[in-house]
Design a protein around this ligand. Structure first.
Ligand SMILES: *Cc1c(COP(=O)(O)O)cnc(C)c1O
Length: 246
């Protein structure tokens, strides 16, 4: 077990170093970037080892799997659990009740449901809005690959911003996979431009956070303004898929 903690700690500290260097290269402060360690499709003991290695923000993609880990590791109270995957309507209640932060809010309908369940639970959930900047049909989020159509977006964003129990903090994207890290750069730049555009249209919404970059391209994401990077395999190793969470 100690060996697992040590190897995760080494890779976690290494990633923090790379984030700090990338931030400095682009004239940013290393503290401006938060590292979410993605433990989806990993056993509970890997999430526990990550916490023991010093990780403070864990990311999960699947509501049920995440809630199981949150409940079995609830004695580690200083840890934040972030939902980073698509949430089905029927899982909204459990996400609203258990997660500290959501990166992947992808529809007005889900926003209204989450808002209602957060009100019931007496909490406010900080959220990021997910945008599909690569135009892939398989990807979630508001379609935003065509800049000529961005004018359609501020209406829904403003409506979500008006929901009392959600706090919209910024934007998230998952660019097309494959290619080298630099292939992601134009998509990261596009998400940042979209943030700047929406911030002009809805100045009252503080859209400060940009969640972008995974194991393969997080340094480039930091160079392009990421405030959250979501890194799984490069820190906790290859995923252990089962039929339940594949
Ligand atoms: C799985 C996943 C990650 C982490 O991917 P790695 O390649 O393991 O770093 C980040 N973000 C989202 C939305 C994911 O689904």
């Amino acid at each position: 077990m100690n060996e697992l903690v040590n190897s995760i700690r080494e890779r976690y500290l290494g990633a923090l170093d790379k984030i700090a260097s990338a931030a400095k290269r682009s004239g940013r402060s290393p503290e401006a970037v938060k590292l979410v360690v993605v433990t989806k499709a990993q056993p509970v003991q890997t999430a526990r080892a990550a916490i023991e290695a010093g990780v403070r923000i864990l990311g999960e993609n699947y509501a049920e799997e995440g809630v199981t880990k949150i409940q079995s590791l609830s004695n580690f109270s200083a840890v934040e659990w972030h939902m980073i995957g698509h949430v089905q309507s029927r899982k909204a209640q459990s996400v609203a009740a258990n997660f500290n932060f959501m990166h992947s809010l992808d529809s007005l309908k889900l926003a209204r449901r989450l808002d209602r369940f957060c009100a019931d639970a007496g909490r406010v959930l900080p959220v990021l809005l997910e945008f599909n900047v690569g135009g892939e049909e398989s990807k979630g989020g508001w379609e935003a690959s065509d800049e000529a159509r961005w004018a359609m977006l501020p209406g829904e964003v403003a409506e979500i911003f008006s929901l009392a129990n959600l706090r919209v903090c910024g934007l998230m994207a998952m660019p097309p996979l494959g290619g080298d890290a630099n292939a992601s750069r134009p998509y990261f730049q596009k998400l940042r431009r979209l943030r700047d555009y929406l911030a002009l249209q809805i100045p009252q919404a503080g859209l400060n956070e940009l969640s972008m970059g995974t194991s393969s391209d997080y340094e480039v994401a930091v160079e392009e303004g990421a405030t959250y990077v979501r890194v799984g395999a490069a820190i906790v190793g290859a995923r252990h898929y089962t039929t339940e969470n594949a």
